[in-house]
Design a protein around this ligand. Sequence first.
Ligand SMILES: Cc1cc2nc3c(=O)[nH]c(=O)nc-3n(C[C@H](O)[C@H](O)[C@H](O)COP(=O)(O)O)c2cc1C
Length: 136
Amino acid sequence: MKTEIRFFTRSKKGNTKKLADAVSEALGIEALPVSFDLSEKVERLFLLNAMYAANVDPEVTDFLERNRDKIGEVVNMNTSASGKSTRKAVKKTTDRLGIPLSEKEFHCAASWIFINRGRPTEEDLSRAGEFAKSFD
Ligand SMILES: Cc1cc2nc3c(=O)[nH]c(=O)nc-3n(C[C@H](O)[C@H](O)[C@H](O)COP(=O)(O)O)c2cc1C
């Protein structure tokens, strides 16, 4: 099964990139920023993103729009200060574009200013890797 990993990270801490790197290591697949379009059709796309002002960054939405015909299924994985999921925002876009969104998803609390210092922890990263591996 063709699987790819894309991530968007904005803060200097790169919390979502840390998650993406953990998934990359677990699956043995390179994790690329969403500025890299898919070169061919993939059956599964692990999309790692974060919550900003209760939404996802427009770069994430733009990536889905540009690559809509190449994505068999999106698996949403994300970080946020509240620990809440970005699923609603991602689903709004995937529904609009007709891209299937997996029921299974992963989200974890991560640091922001003085909140959740030290997260994602090694344990969070290990859970993210295990989650990604649970698909095959
Ligand atoms: C500009 C900005 C806005 C944010 N807004 C929210 C928010 O509305 N809800 C929330 O739970 N976390 C919010 N966060 C926290 C981020 O979701 C959290 O720090 C995330 O791990 C950042 O990922 P990154 O390091 O990959 O950019 C915000 C962070 C930033 C920088």
